[in-house]
Design a protein around this ligand. Structure first.
Ligand code: BV8
Length: 244
């Protein structure tokens, strides 16, 4: 991919920035083989249900086993997949800036698998379960049968993900919003920017005066707000940004 894709001003800002925030979505995991939710105009459907129906608080109230079946399927796909160049590049960025914040909507754990630390998982993780009563967390390990009930209080376990219609975990969005309001450079990578409150993070950064840059093969509702739009795949574009 030609290196003149990146403007001189972005190269300069990247070289000088002290406080950088990155928001990622399903697009950064696409090159690892993780299906995105929306792409090519259609929305992911599971057993006839659009993903934002099976991944909803309503569905969990009505049929927790069905919700578990959906996330067991998601883990079965993820088990053999590895982080890609996009994930690996962002893991390197953490050591490049005095203050680097990685916020993700992804529940796949691939940022952590790439070596990123302190990732703010806005929507949780498919690799954790949580007790519906005492909120005790349990790690879900591949090849090990996952628990159905809490060992402490015996109540049901549910996927530790944020479902549609559910509030984000206390403090998680607030932490991301605080960092967004304080960053100088904000990258929005691989998200259709349709799900809130996650999509408001770059809006907060922009309103606070940050330079906002989008990386996506397609335009999104956020593109017009961005100072720079880099049209391409994260795995191709991110290494170009670092190369100065
Ligand atoms: C809440 C976990 C309070 C589960 C997820 C304001 C306006 C309108 C609606 C609302 C609003 N506020 C709240 C709502 C309701 C709702 C919402 O936003 N609905 C949307 C659909 C309109 N939000 C909520 O319910 C949130 N909770 O607000 O609580 C409340 C409570 C009650 C009532 C009201 C308010 C909770 C939302 C979290 C839900 N859980 N995930 C699971 O994973 O199954 S959301 C899930 O979907 C993901 O985490 C992610 O956030 C979203 C998918 O979006 P993306 O990640 O962007 O993926 P997508 O496929 O769409 O796009 C991929 C992009 O990548 C594309 O642009 C593509 O071009 C690009 N791409 C492809 N390949 C590449 C690439 N980019 C780079 N490189 C590539 N190679």
């Amino acid at each position: 991919m030609q290196s003149d894709l990146i403007s001189t001003s972005l190269h300069e800002r990247f070289a000088q920035a002290g406080r950088v925030l990155v928001l990622t979505g399903a697009g950064i995991s696409a090159e690892s083989g993780v299906p995105t939710f929306r792409g090519g105009g259609n929305t992911t459907v599971w057993k006839g249900m659009p993903f934002d129906v099976i991944s909803s608080a309503m569905m969990m109230q009505r049929d927790l086993p069905a919700v578990w079946e959906w996330f067991d399927y998601r883990r079965s796909i993820l088990q053999s997949l590895r982080p890609n160049r996009g994930h690996l590049e962002l893991a390197r960025w953490a050591d490049r800036f005095p203050e680097f914040t990685l916020v993700t909507q992804n529940v796949d754990g691939l940022h952590q698998a790439a070596g990123s630390r302190d990732v703010i998982e806005l929507h949780g993780s498919v690799w954790r379960a949580r007790c519906v009563m005492c909120r005790t967390n349990y790690e879900i390990i591949p090849e090990v049968k996952r628990l159905d009930a809490c060992l402490d209080c015996g109540a049901w376990l549910r996927p530790d993900v944020v479902l549609f219609g559910e509030m984000l975990p206390p403090g998680r969005f607030e932490m991301a919003a605080e960092r967004a309001a304080d960053c100088q450079l904000c990258f929005v990578i691989g998200t259709s920017a349709l799900v809130y409150p996650a999509a408001s993070i770059p809006e907060i950064a922009k309103a606070a005066g940050a330079f906002v840059c989008e990386v996506n093969p397609e335009r999104t509702p956020l593109s017009d707000l961005c100072d720079e739009v880099l049209t391409g795949k994260a795995g191709d574009v991110l290494p170009l940004i670092s190369k100065s």
